[in-house]
Design a protein. Structure first.
Length: 450
């Protein structure tokens, strides 16, 4: 092969991370070949010893990778033949690199999904801990980034818990689709050897087999699903980080980030930059790119295997690394940040946030909601024109807009009482949030028992 072509086509620089998974699949394949008398017991012992030595080399970082052998699979086969002689070539009986690499990818992603799920669980636990620690803090809830209604801080933070819970459910679905064993499909048509695919699947912990050999070597749906899961999950994390960035600004001042998760400015000594949150927000784009990239690779491929499928790895590996590596600093940043109670209390002490409760009050006095909405809107406009708060108006001034407003409406303008009135399931009242926390804890426990 022309050296330039070898450099262009070789996958070893990135697929070498599959080495231990490739060996695991080879040991399963070897055991099956021997049990079916496709190779002899002596050959099995010889090959097994060589594979175990190679595993030790890869683990120790002493394996002699050789780019001229193109990929991790051929590198391992070359090394096996170096160790045990020509009989090392018997290992590839009844398999192809096509079903071999498919198996490696299933094994690799299965392991990485479990690690990512552990990171997501830890982040959920941090969020629940924050909610439990700050059950008494109120904050403005927002729509359109405009103050809308008062809510419990715990309620706001738990919204991210449930986003992550759906992400973990999606990830569990990915693991279901990963749970298919492709080895035995050969290059695309199966094999004439009397193999036992069920035995290999049981050895490797798969509960199901691909039922079509062409599908087995060409399927990358589970990779697309993983990238889609990752894109949705990191979108949720980016939204959280965007709020952290906003809340840590002087203009909001809702939180103080720990110095260990921020940086200073090279010029401005007063700066404290939310680098962790900004980088997570920025890395969202590269995960989106990996998803779109793989979908684009796959959209025009005829069956079965094509070299284009080599492009499934770099974006996937980058996404796995990116998502797995951003979760610990995000959890650490959230776990160490401090909420500024005084600033939050000041922000929620805005009785315009109680306008909806005034409208509901008028509905209970016989108005339609649209009439009540218009009346309170006019009242707010009057207050803004006079630069008054609602609680500063006299009963007579309020009565000009509706007679029922002449009554004592002090409770309607108390953000604590407004919050506590929202007892509907999933609402922001402290009792509803306490129930929500119980369900969050139960969801965490359910994951741990699976």
């Amino acid at each position: 092969m022309d050296p330039a072509v070898l450099d262009f086509t070789a996958s070893l620089p990135f697929d070498r991370r599959l080495g231990l998974h490739d060996l695991k699949g080879s040991l399963a394949h070897l055991s099956m070949l021997a049990s079916r008398s496709i190779i002899g017991a002596d050959d099995e012992a010889l090959l097994r010893g060589g594979l175990e030595e190679i595993a030790e080399e890869i683990t120790a970082g002493s394996f002699p990778y050789d780019l001229s052998f193109e990929d991790i699979h051929m590198n391992i086969e070359k090394r096996l033949i170096e160790k045990v002689g020509p009989d090392g070539g018997r290992l590839h009986t009844a398999r192809s690199r096509n079903d071999q690499v498919a198996l490696d990818m299933h094994l690799y992603l299965r392991d990485e999904c479990k690690r990512i799920d552990e990171g997501l669980q830890h982040l959920q636990e941090v969020i629940v801990g924050m909610a439990e620690k700050h059950e008494d803090i109120l904050m403005p809830g927002y729509t359109h980034l405009q103050r809308a209604q008062p809510v419990l801080l715990a309620h706001h933070m738990l919204a991210y818990f449930w986003m992550l819970e759906r992400d973990r459910q999606r990830l569990a679905g990915v693991l279901e689709r990963i749970d298919l064993m492709p080895l035995g499909a050969g290059a695309l048509a199966g094999t004439s050897f009397d193999i036992d695919r069920e035995q290999v699947a049981a050895y490797l912990g798969f509960s199901r087999l691909y039922e079509n050999s062409i599908d087995a070597v060409s399927d990358r749906d589970y990779l697309v699903e993983f990238l889609a899961f990752a894109a949705i999950a990191v979108m949720h994390l980016s939204r959280l980080c965007e709020e952290i960035i906003i809340w840590s600004s002087v203009e909001f001042g809702f939180i103080e980030l720990d110095d260990s998760y921020t940086s200073g400015s090279s010029m401005m000594p007063q700066k404290k930059n939310p680098d962790v949150a900004e980088l997570i927000r920025g890395k969202t784009g590269r995960i989106y790119g990996s998803l779109i990239g793989l979908l684009t690779v796959l959209k025009g491929l005829p069956l079965a295997y094509n070299k284009d499928l080599q492009e499934d790895k770099e974006g996937l590996f980058d996404t796995v690394d990116t998502l797995k590596n951003l979760l610990p600093p995000l959890s650490g940043m959230l776990g160490t940040m401090v909420f500024c109670r005084e600033r939050l209390a000041e922000a929620v002490d805005d009785d315009y946030l109680c306008a909806t409760d005034m409208a509901d009050y008028l509905v209970r006095r016989g108005c339609t909601f649209r009439e009540a909405h218009q009346t309170v809107g006019q009242l707010i406009a009057f207050c803004r024109q006079k630069n008054n708060r609602l609680k500063e108006l006299t009963p007579d001034q309020r009565a000009c807009f509706h007679p029922a407003l002449a009554e004592n409406i002090e409770a309607l303008l108390d953000p604590v009482k407004v919050v506590e009135a929202r007892l509907s399931r999933g609402g922001t009242a402290s009792a509803a949030v306490a129930e929500q926390l119980q369900k969050a804890r139960a969801a965490l426990s359910a994951h741990m028992t699976k």
